[in-house]
Write a protein of this length. Structure first.
Ligand SMILES: [Zn+2]
Length: 439
């Protein structure tokens, strides 16, 4: 494959902006690497003749966003074969089981690819997809393996030949072992499932990423088994648990103990606030629980916390457009992370934290892989507030997506005025109004 042409990005504000302040930077990308990173205009970089230029005009340059938890096999099936009238998880699972027998490899691939296109266009550089293995034909596994990635829905033990299907799925190209212990018929089966997942992961040398305790039942406590297996088997840093919404209903005493062992085990927790804010608390009247895991407390305890999109237009969640910034916006609201520092910490949950959880840390520095996004906004907080378009998405040195920002005007007293959604007093490094178009 031919090496990508070189690329020069000028006048970009850099993540993390609390560290870099209002300074802007110039980056030179050669091949798939960042070969120079210096304060804007401070050092005339050696510029290759064929360089492609992007003037960021003071906009925010971020590491690629990461979606650590999405279900590409079920994405975009909303309305097939029918819509979810109650909006509950129980009806969603019923609808999915009605659709599953009619899946074909080509159709699953087409839907998954469409969602990948949406995510990439909005700045996502890495996606980890779960896939349902409870289908005797493993149609979705075959489809996503051709496209790529990971595992699981329905209890492994409670589904006929669940264990054999898991092994077959791994043979077909899944890279990570998943599971869903709280869907087993009994608590004991759930504990046995967790053991099986870790046995299989150890046998194959694969990491683990399972759905865990996605319920409002405060008796659902499989996460402690996940943490214990992680420590006993020396798998610290290679285990991810998704949802863990029951934690929102645990008593504080038990939650405290659990958080201590999760930290020792180095388990990454992935919250999925778009789905869980609508699916959890569904059996409650009032007061109604939020049902999203203890994001703020886990983060404060030093646990690696990330945020996933989870569903995109499927029976569980009929909305969504594959935007990690949308998921982050919901997370910030539901987890009440609107303190100044908390907003910046939350941004890490869709960028650096999930990258670390998947064993793919990313950074913007000389010598690092040239993968990044330029958002049409000033910084991390503005990214959450404005949910701006990704002006340019660069992957391994190549521009893989561009978006032209919208221009908004109002007409007042016979005049046309731009609307920027940014207050006039804001300290923009380059006073360009929203809707400017870095070429
Ligand atoms: Zn999920």
């Amino acid at each position: 494959m031919a090496a990508p042409a070189s690329l020069r990005v000028t006048n970009a504000r850099l993540h993390p902006t609390p560290e870099h302040g209002l300074k802007t930077y110039d980056l030179l990308v050669e091949g798939d690497r960042i070969t120079s990173l210096a304060e804007a205009g401070s050092r005339p970089a050696r510029i290759p003749a064929d360089v492609r230029e992007i003037d960021a005009q003071g906009r925010f340059l971020s590491p690629p966003l990461v979606d650590p938890h999405v279900h590409l096999d079920i994405a975009l099936t909303v309305g097939q074969p029918r819509h979810n009238a109650t909006g509950t998880l129980i009806e969603a699972i019923q609808i999915w089981s009605e659709l599953k027998p009619s899946l074909t490899v080509d159709e699953v691939k087409a839907r998954a690819l469409e969602v990948i296109r949406w995510e990439v266009a909005q700045g996502t550089g890495f996606i980890r997809s779960h896939v349902d293995v409870c289908d005797p034909n493993l149609t979705a596994v075959r489809a996503l393996s051709e496209l790529r990635r990971e595992v699981k829905e329905d209890g492994v033990l409670s589904f006929p030949q669940g264990k054999e299907l898991m092994r077959e799925a791994m043979r077909l190209g899944c890279e990570v072992v998943g599971g869903i212990p709280h869907y087993e018929w009994t608590r004991e089966d759930g504990i046995e499932e967790v053991r099986f997942i870790f046995d299989l992961a150890q046998e194959l040398g694969a990491p683990v990423d399972l759905h865990c305790d996605e319920t409002d039942d405060e008796q659902s406590r499989f996460l402690e088994h996940v943490a214990a297996h992680t420590m006993r088997r020396g798998m610290q840093g290679r285990v991810v648990a998704g949802h863990t919404t029951a934690m929102a209903s645990y008593n504080d005493n038990y939650a405290f103990k659990l958080i201590q062992i999760l930290r020792r085990a180095g388990v990454t927790i992935v919250a999925n606030p778009l789905d869980n804010i609508v699916l959890q608390g569904r059996f409650d009247t009032y007061p109604k629980r939020r049902g999203v895991t203890r994001v703020k407390e886990l983060d404060a305890a030093g646990i690696n916390v990330a945020c996933g999109h989870d569903s995109v237009m499927d029976p569980c969640y009929p909305l969504g457009r594959g935007s990690m910034i949308d998921a982050l916006s919901m997370l910030v609201h539901v987890a009440q992370m609107t303190g100044r520092d908390e907003l910046f910490r939350a941004y890490e949950m869709v960028s650096c934290n999930p990258a670390r959880g998947a064993g793919r840390p990313a950074s913007i520095e000389e010598g690092a892989c040239a993968s990044f996004v330029i958002f049409d906004c000033d910084d991390e907080v503005d990214a959450i507030r404005l949910r701006p378009p990704a002006l340019a998405v660069v992957r391994e040195g190549r521009v893989v997506a561009r978006t032209e920002p919208a221009r908004t005007r109002i007409f007042r007293q016979d005049r046309e005025e731009p609307v920027t959604f940014t207050p006039a007093h804001s300290e923009r490094p380059h006073h360009q109004h929203q809707g400017g178009n870095p070429n």
